[in-house]
Ligand binder design. Structure first.
Ligand code: SF4
Length: 252
């Protein structure tokens, strides 16, 4: 499929969401994939809401991109923050960087700073839209483009599910869409500053997220790993690898 054909397919999904699932909202994390959807939704889908989650630990480059988006599209994306009392209790008990100490503490930090604010943002919505791609991680291999999100009680759409990383960057280049400056510094996937690092050529594209953890379990709770709910065995899968990420950056 050409990029134009892929864009047409994404438009069909967004047409359906806007027509049949109002009120719907797009969760924009300001990563590369989400900037594709931001561009399409800002230009063509005024009835689809947009929001973002500010965990309180985002890198400065993400805030700079929020400003660029406001300038480019005339949209100041609504921001949902974590409950201050929950953050204060977590930090009092575990320290500011307690998430490095165990998977449980990392997940509880993600729950406070991401999962609970997401639930508030999605309250009253009939559908939400994400920029997930199937080849981003083993945990995303079994996702469907449209599926019921039981945890949040609404339909979840991932229109870019079968896009490649090259498709994403071809789109951003073609339409001159602003993107997070960290991508030019080797960051393939961007989240909170203390939990995200640059990757080197040949590394898994999610290797820079929670790099101290087993890649088979790395999710923040926003997008639960469906495999865990349906299987009891330990998964051993071939991880997706970017052959030469540095080259793909130069080509942007
Ligand atoms: S990514 Fe790190 S800092 Fe951000 S919410 Fe999760 S554990 Fe906390």
């Amino acid at each position: 499929m050409t990029l134009d054909q892929k864009i047409t397919e994404v438009r069909k999904v967004l047409d359906t969401v806007q027509a049949d699932y109002a009120p719907a909202a797009f969760a924009n994390s300001f990563g590369a994939e989400d900037m594709v959807l931001m561009d399409l939704i800002a230009r063509y889908y005024p009835d689809i809401g947009i929001f973002t989650l500010d965990t309180g630990r985002l890198p400065e480059e993400t805030y700079s991109l929020m400003k660029k988006v406001a300038d480019r599209y005339g949209i100041r994306v609504p921001v949902y923050f974590p409950d201050p009392a929950a953050v204060e209790a977590y930090v009092a008990q575990n320290g500011p960087n307690g998430f490095y100490d165990s998977v449980e503490l990392r997940k509880s930090c993600c729950h406070i700073r991401k999962v609970e604010p997401l639930k508030r943002a999605l309250s009253g919505k009939r559908a939400w839209i994400t920029g997930l791609r199937r080849d981003q991680a083993p945990t995303r291999k079994d996702l469907a483009q449209s599926e019921f999100d039981a945890g949040n009680g609404l339909q979840k759409f991932s229109p870019l599910l079968d896009w490649s990383l090259s498709d994403v960057w071809d789109y951003l280049k073609r339409f001159d869409v602003p993107y997070n400056a960290l991508h030019d510094k080797g960051y393939a996937s961007i989240g909170c500053a203390p939990c995200t690092r640059a990757i080197t050529p040949g590394e898994d594209i999610r290797a820079g997220r929670w790099w101290w953890e087993d890649p088979e379990i790395k999710e923040c709770g926003l997008h639960p790993d469906k495999r865990r709910a349906s299987a009891s065995s330990v998964f051993v899968e071939k991880k997706p690898v970017v052959e030469d990420l540095a080259l793909s950056y130069q080509e942007r």
